[in-house]
Design a binder for this molecule. Structure first.
Ligand SMILES: N[C@@H](Cc1c[nH]cn1)C(=O)NCC(=O)O
Length: 452
């Protein structure tokens, strides 16, 4: 009788070790994504960026994923050519993008370094440093989003049926750790703009170390694949068909989750990109104080997303959790916009929402889609989500400039935050529709994820 070897993913120590490794890749990804929010005012004083320039820089992350559909293409490539090759390619893009952004913000470039003259020779409305930073943000976004899809597939591969929601919660936690570090370190290093480019370079170096970590992961992935093939003598052949996409969007439950995803995150991530500036303008805090205050958000979610994930593994109730999280988000923005409640209170509410919805939303996908289509499903969801991550930072910057003419040092954010409240309300409607659809079609969204 042929002996079945114990595969690497059967070992809990290996599984959690892998989570640590790919979690690091996510941490540096989120670090670079969030490294700029506390630098908004420094970029205004050093580079002369307006609210719209900042919004454009923030939004450029999403251009490849929305207009070139790169996250969905990345997901399709992932299902077709596998984790190692796709992961390497997209972590590499993310690294190139981070290095390019650092270059655009560097003193060397801004003192007439390589490419400065050329970048100044077209589109004079945009400064040379903004143009290079936009290019960098473009490549960073192109790589970073598909990297998250790759990491999600890695977790499904190693954890399916074995604390998957907890693993997803911890994955999100690693991302939040990166955001926390960025919110704390960026303003400290930048020191009111005197070391602005060093603050950005630190992020670029961390992303480069993330590329090395992914190379290490690839060794374990190859080993696991060889074991799976030995044990099952199965060859995984995954042909992409457009029916995969049409199949996904004709599944209403999938569509509602994707629409909740775009609305929920559009009311959270773009808000965070402006939160430090909002806190200092509305509550008179310094950039370090407002960065520290904002950083409580990722810290709270770092702890609570895995806790909620573990609960969902055991008790289920994912759709109800998404509804509750969406209501909490709406209340948060209304408190921020219309009251002078001490900001820590709405921030705690935002933390609950920001922990609950991701803990429930991401692992629910295994209830709706087969594992060999999961990359495409996550990729499509990210591409749809990126449309929101493109539109809303820009819209926020435009509303901010329109309601505060003259690029003042202190701005009134009421209209901008009310816009986020309206988006949260739409998200709540999709969460309710998801629960209704699940009740009708019995996908089991409300059931626990762990196998009995
Ligand atoms: N598509 C990402 C966006 C992001 C934020 N920071 C870095 N990337 C996303 O939605 N992540 C899911 C999450 O809950 O963090």
């Amino acid at each position: 009788m042929e002996q079945i070897k114990k595969a690497l993913n059967e070992s809990p120590a290996m599984r959690w070790g892998i989570l640590l490794l790919v979690g690091f890749v996510l941490s540096v990804n989120y670090y670079f994504y969030d490294a700029f929010s506390t630098l908004k005012d420094d970029m205004r004083t050093v580079f002369g960026f307006t609210g719209t320039d900042y919004g454009l820089f923030s939004a450029f992350y999403s251009v490849p994923n929305t207009f070139l559909m790169m996250a969905v293409i990345g997901g399709i490539i992932l299902d077709k050519i596998g984790i190692r090759r796709t992961g390497f390619l997209f972590v590499f893009f993310m690294t190139i993008g981070a290095l390019l952004t650092g270059y655009g913000a560097s003193d060397y470039f801004n003192n007439g370094g390589f490419g400065y003259e050329f970048m100044g020779s077209f589109l004079p409305r945009f400064s040379p440093e903004l143009k290079v930073m936009l290019l960098g943000r473009f490549f960073f976004g192109l790589g970073a989003e598909t990297t998250i899809v790759v990491v999600s597939k890695i977790l499904v591969k190693w954890f399916k049926g074995k604390d998957l929601a907890l693993a997803f919660g911890l994955k999100v936690g690693f991302g939040r750790l990166g955001s926390f570090a960025a919110l704390r370190l960026s303003p400290l290093i930048s020191n009111e703009g005197t070391n602005l480019s060093s603050a950005i370079w630190l992020g670029a170096i961390l992303v480069s170390i993330g590329l090395l970590a992914f190379l290490v992961y690839m060794l374990f992935d190859a080993k696991l694949d060889s074991q799976i093939q030995e044990n099952t003598s199965e060859k995984s052949e995954n042909k992409f068909s457009f029916k995969d996409i049409t199949g996904l969007i004709s599944n209403r439950a999938y569509l509602y989750i994707a629409l909740l995803c775009v609305t929920f995150y559009s009311a959270v991530f773009p808000f965070i990109q402006y939160a430090p500036d909002f806190f200092s303008d509305k509550f008179g805090l310094t950039s370090v104080e407002s960065g520290n205050l904002t950083s409580y958000l990722p810290v709270g979610t770092l702890i609570f997303t895995p806790v909620f994930g573990a609960l969902i593994d055991r008790k289920g109730k994912s759709a109800s959790a998404m509804i509750f999280g969406a209501i909490t988000l709406l209340v948060t923005h209304l408190l921020f916009a219309l009251t002078n409640t001490p900001p820590i209170i709405p921030l705690i509410l935002l933390g609950i929402s920001f922990a609950l919805v991701p803990a429930a939303m991401w692992p629910t996908m295994v209830k709706l889609v087969d594992e060999n289509k999961i990359g495409t499903a996550y990729g499509l969801m990210y591409s749809i989500q990126n449309l929101g991550l493109f539109i809303f930072p820009l819209l926020a910057g435009t509303i901010l400039d329109a309601t505060n003419p003259g690029n003042p040092a202190v701005s009134d954010y009421t209209a901008t935050i009310l816009m986020f409240a309206a988006v949260s309300l739409i998200g709540l409607i999709f969460a309710l529709l998801l629960k209704y659809e699940d009740k009708k079609k019995h996908f089991g969204v409300e059931l626990p994820l762990n196998k009995k």
